[in-house]
Structure formats: C-alpha cells, structure tokens
Design a protein around this ligand. Structure first.
Ligand code: THG
Length: 293
C-alpha cells in the first residue's frame, strides 16, 4: 500500500491562531512540561490544590517556542478528571495556543474536552478494541484530533511490521467505524530510550518512514524518551529530532526550554524546505539580535 493523496493536515485551535501539523509544514513543537510525572514538588502542590507552577511552565514553554501545550495531570490519589479540567481552564486563560490533552484515564479526557475551547489534540488511544471504543466516540463528539499509539495489551512491539499492522488497524477503525478523518489521526511511532538498546531508534525511524509512505498521516512522539539515562541529553535530542523529521515525524512532545534542540528543529525545517526562503529562521535570528541589543 502507498499513500498518494494530498498532504494530510491536522488543524488544531486554541483561542488564537490555528496550528497546522503536516508533512509540508514547519515542525510542530508540543511543550511537554505541564506534566507532574517525576516532579515531586509539583505533585504535592497539585494535591494541595496549588496550580501556581502551571503559570511558570506555560510561560517558559511558549517563550521557548511551543506551538501547542501538552497538559497532563496524572497525580496519584487525586480526582484526575476534575484536576485536568481545572488545569485546561487555567492554561487557556494564560495562552491562546492549542492544547494536547494527555491522560490514560477516559473520564479525564472527557472532562478536559468538555471545558476546552477550540479544537484539541487528544493524547492518546492505543490499538486495543476497548480503548478505541471508549475514546474515539469522544474524539468525534468534540471534533478533536487524536494521537494513537500502535501497541496493545500494554506491550510495545519491537518490530516495525507489528507497529505498521496496528497503525493500519487504528486508521481503519477510526475512519470506517467512527467517521474520523485520516487527517485527524496522529500516530506515535513509539520512541524508546537509546540507553536500553542502541538499535531501538532504527526501528522507530523505519516505522516512521513506512507510516508516512503507506498512510500519509501525521506523527508525534515523546522525543525526550530517546535520550533517557544518557549523558548530554540535549546533544542527543538535537541530533535525533532532525533525523526523525527526515523519516517523517511532523511534531514532537518535547521540552521547548532547551534552545539547542529547538534550534536544531528550526534548522532542519529550512533544509526540508518547510521554511520558504528561510523566512522564519531569519525572523527568529533578527528577534534574538534585537533582544540582546
Ligand atoms: N507519547 C505520547 N505522549 C506522551 C509521551 C509519549 N506524554 C508523556 C510523555 N511521553 C511526554 N512528556 C514528558 C514530560 C516530562 C518528561 C518527559 C516526557 C520528563 N520529566 C522529568 C523527569 O521525569 O525526569 C521531570 C524532571 C524534573 O523536572 O524534575 O523528563 O511518549 N503520545
């Protein structure tokens, strides 16, 4: 199978300008920091009802270049649906950027969607029948886009063939059974830590190339996973993302506070001809020069 249609565009909206993800567009940076995973103090604050850290995180991710903000409120022993809805309201009062609503709890995704203003990216669904049946109707009901992971039964397939099979299943079910547009399905090709197995990134990149060529869909992934446990993570991230972009990755969930990585992505946009005349590159350079003058 080979995809030969138009470049698929995933259109997201917050309260401001729309963001378009596509194989012919500049790479979409999804800021990952509004997430308490691994942040003990932030978790305690959230448990105590203190959301003040979110304000700082939103500012830092947007200033660093985030086009979209991932919001995850997975704190053990809390009412996650209520917390996520509150966080989304707060984030939308601070920025007009679109939000990627990140939870494994269906009720939390629904609570988030119900308060969201605009067109959200739901993060995420897997290929299991019960997950697809629980989450895809919400995506349709709220006219959102969806990130889908090609794994099932909580195990991550280590072969590209299996990831392609599950991607095909997800796309078939979402489009044929739920009437979701192929342009609104964003596949996460599953980026794993290079520290655990140095061949893992080759599988991810093969998966990306084949998903792009066979289905034409957009893709995103947790980019910081790749360097987990390794020294000098920023240099690894700055090399990995341009390679992934060449393989077809069109967005990533990443920490935009790291200029080295953001600039590597912006440079790759120029070389992939997604930044005509290097206009965005030159404008960013001028803005930086003006700020330091
Ligand atoms: N795919 C999809 N969604 C995802 C992921 C993915 N969402 C969650 C995650 N992976 C991406 N988001 C993060 C957020 C934070 C971190 C990594 C990925 C992170 N946090 C530091 C840590 O755990 O060490 C926090 C440390 C600190 O600041 O104290 O690294 O893969 N679809």
């Amino acid at each position: 199978m080979s995809y030969d249609g138009e470049a698929l565009r995933t259109v997201l909206r917050g309260t401001g300008a729309e963001v378009v993800i596509g194989h012919d567009q500049r790479f979409c940076l999804i800021g990952e920091r509004i997430n308490p995973t691994g942040r003990r103090i932030f978790q305690e604050q959230l448990r105590a009802g203190d959301m003040s850290a979110i304000e700082k995180d939103v500012k830092a991710q947007v200033e660093g270049g985030a086009d979209v903000l991932d919001v995850n409120m997975g704190v053990p022993l809390t009412d996650e649906p209520e917390l996520l809805a509150q966080a989304i309201r707060l984030v939308q009062s601070l920025t007009d950027k679109p939000i990627c609503i990140d939870s494994s709890v269906v009720e939390a995704l629904e609570a988030g969607l119900s308060v969201y203003q605009g067109r959200a990216l739901v993060n995420s669904v897997t290929a299991e029948d019960d997950r697809l049946a629980a989450i895809l109707p919400l995506v349709k009901k709220y006219d959102a886009a969806i990130i889908a992971l090609p794994n099932d039964h909580d195990e991550i397939p280590m072969e590209a063939d299996k990831r392609l099979d599950l991607t095909a299943k997800i796309i078939r079910v979402a489009t044929e059974e739920y009437g979701i547009a192929q342009a609104d399905i964003v596949i996460d090709p599953l980026a794993m830590p290079i520290g655990a197995d140095t061949s893992t990134s080759l599988v991810t990149m093969e998966t990306m190339r084949r998903i792009r060529d066979d289905f034409g869909v957009n893709m995103t992934c947790g980019a910081s996973n790749t360097s987990f446990g390794m020294p000098d993570r920023h240099t690894l991230g700055a090399a990995w993302l341009p390679m992934a972009m060449t393989a077809g990755l069109t967005s990533a969930i990443m920490d935009t506070r790291t200029p080295q990585i953001v600039e590597a992505v912006k440079a790759a946009d120029v070389f992939l001809n997604h930044d005509e005349w290097g206009m965005a590159w030159i404008a960013a350079h001028r803005a930086k020069a003006a700020a330091t003058a």
